[in-house]
Write a protein that binds this ligand. Structure first.
Ligand code: CIR
Length: 247
């Protein structure tokens, strides 16, 4: 994780939810960290980096699995370079490090893992060359890959999450997408679409706070839920998964 930068509110956003409150964001970030600990994770918290207002959204800087850490090449100028420090940190844990390089761009938010398969969003941030490079790396480690063109959302995982047991949470453009027809789909209504970015960690499903219908559906499947208030990150287009790289 990385603590929000003081100038966090100068990051990129398309939401019309107003400016985030820095102190509240710091508090929510801490609550998120406590939730990850409750799920059994150890935390590495990097210092805030004011050179990059969006740097708290660390997920976009790398794709990790049991075999390899793949360092992203972010698709927007103001975020280019965020990945450098992350590469150094992941290098302490991984023997295998690969990098997406120009002209390829790729952001971790576009990469969804479902067991041994990866779905890769082709978005405004992740281009076809970035996807090509990622597939080459992942296939080397015997993962299969499927590309998913995006129309209306920032990242693939803004609209779809895998919570295990063949259950996929889907919203908007993914509800009727035949690419995902092999899964049991938990549909998110339009008014709750923000909650489509949820995460399964060990025994828990983490969901953003305040989305009653999705919460009820997930409870019906028998999962234990942790609800986390990340309203200030939502104002900057960030979801739950974006705030950590989990490995
Ligand atoms: C950005 O536009 O890059 C940030 N404001 C939000 C990034 C959110 N990351 C994600 O969905 N994985």
């Amino acid at each position: 994780m990385r603590k929000p930068a003081k100038n966090f509110q100068k990051g990129i956003t398309s939401s019309n939810l107003g400016k985030p409150d820095y102190d509240k964001a710091v508090f929510q970030h801490l609550s998120y960290m406590i939730a990850l600990k409750k799920c059994g994770l150890k935390i590495i918290q990097l210092d805030a980096n004011d050179s990059y207002p969006d740097s708290t959204f660390v997920e976009d800087t790398a794709v990790v699995n049991e075999e390899v850490a793949i360092i992203a090449n972010l698709g927007v100028i103001s975020r280019k370079g965020e990945e450098i420090e992350i590469k150094g940190v992941l290098g302490r844990f991984y023997d295998n490090i690969a990098c997406i390089t120009n002209p390829g761009t790729l952001e971790g938010g576009d990469i969804l893992r479902v067991d041994n398969k990866y779905y890769i969003g082709v978005s405004k941030r992740t281009n076809k060359e970035g996807v090509r490079q990622l597939i080459e790396i992942l296939e080397h480690y015997s993962y299969s890959c499927v590309t998913v063109p995006l129309s209306n959302i920032l990242h693939l995982k803004t609209g779809v999450s895998y919570i295990g047991d063949n259950n996929l949470i889907v919203s908007g453009e993914f509800i009727n997408n035949p690419i995902f027809k092999e899964y049991n789909l938990i549909e998110v209504t339009k008014d709750e679409s923000y909650a489509a970015n949820s995460i399964r960690i060990n025994n828990y499903v983490l969901i953003p706070k305040g989305f009653k219908k999705l919460k009820k559906s997930i409870l019906n499947y028998g999962y234990d839920i942790l609800e986390i208030d990340i309203s200030e990150f939502r104002k900057m287009d960030g979801g739950l998964s974006c705030l950590s790289i989990r490995f």
